[in-house]
Design a protein around this ligand. Structure first.
Ligand code: URA
Length: 282
């Protein structure tokens, strides 16, 4: 197995930038298998080597896992000649030649969708999560253009629970969706999910229409597949229109509410367990 630079590894484990690591190596006792190391480029075999800082052993993760609150107007790809990509939002130490081939997205969100996006180097996890066999639940907060009555809400619940037939979109044929679960967002949920978001941009856009920014219908839709524009097509088939879309969870993993659009964090062990819970339950 190829070795990884000590500074890069410590940086990925949350000990700061490469510059911070240089200082750490100078000012603290960093040991690898008991021998003090001050060379930032020292090679680590993370499956077998043991690293300690001031005699306290640190756990080394084989892979990187990041959670981003994707911002609107960014594309979920690595390279795009025209638009800003979600990779452009990562700090320089996440965009090194070493990581370039390995760090990838677990699924995609549309350009105008916000919310939970996972980056990882762990291809096995990605494969399991995005496989058509996975059926992991993904929940979306959806602001609808037209306000729905209680009667219509019941109708939509039934249509989605039975599996709604959606129409074609771009080059994609129409299809019958798997059963999906829709709940109607309460005022406090609307506040919660619009707080760190670009919703104001949508309000401005819809100002002249019949849309009332103080009283509209918003839904929490959970789907177990991920076809092209699926959520938008489902509401279109049910006679409404999604004007703002934000993914708020994947399985048991929820978007960190403190993240502003475009920000990201490393997943901690507890969050990773939530993702793995799904895999273990397969
Ligand atoms: N469904 C959509 O329509 N768009 C997304 O980005 C995700 C799900």
């Amino acid at each position: 197995m190829a070795k990884q630079r000590l500074d890069k590894l410590l940086s990925h484990e949350g000990f700061g930038s490469r510059k911070d690591i240089k200082k750490l190596l100078r000012n603290s006792k960093v040991t690898v298998n008991g021998t003090r190391i001050s060379d930032p480029s020292f090679g680590i075999d993370f499956e077998n080597d043991s690293i300690a800082i001031d005699d306290k052993e640190i756990s080394i993760h084989k892979h990187i896992y990041l959670m981003m609150n994707k911002i609107m107007h960014t594309v979920s790809t690595n390279k795009d000649g025209e638009h800003q990509t979600v990779f452009d939002l990562l700090a320089d130490d996440m965009r090194t030649p070493y990581l370039e081939d390995k760090l990838h997205l677990v699924g995609r969100l549309d350009m105008d969708t916000e919310g939970l996006l996972i980056f990882t180097t762990d291809g096995e996890l990605t494969h399991r999560l995005i496989s058509p066999k996975s059926h992991i639940g993904k929940t979306y907060f959806c602001v609808l253009e037209h306000k729905e009555t209680d009667e219509r809400k019941k109708e939509i619940e039934k249509l989605f629970a039975e599996g709604i037939e959606v129409g074609p979109d771009d080059n994609e044929a129409g299809f019958k969706c798997e059963p999906a679960d829709v709940k109607w967002a309460t005022k406090s949920q609307i506040k919660e999910y619009t707080e760190n978001s670009s919703i104001q941009e949508i309000y401005n856009k819809l100002e002249s229409k019949s849309f009332n920014k103080d009283d509209y219908t918003a839904a929490l839709l959970t789907i177990h597949e991920g076809k092209y524009h699926q959520v938008k097509r489902m509401f279109a088939a049910a006679g409404n229109k999604v004007v703002f879309l934000k993914r708020i969870s994947i399985g048991k993993l929820e978007l960190d509410k403190a993240l502003k659009p475009g920000e990201y964090v490393f997943l901690d062990d507890e969050s990773l367990e939530k993702l793995n819970w799904f895999i273990l339950s397969l």
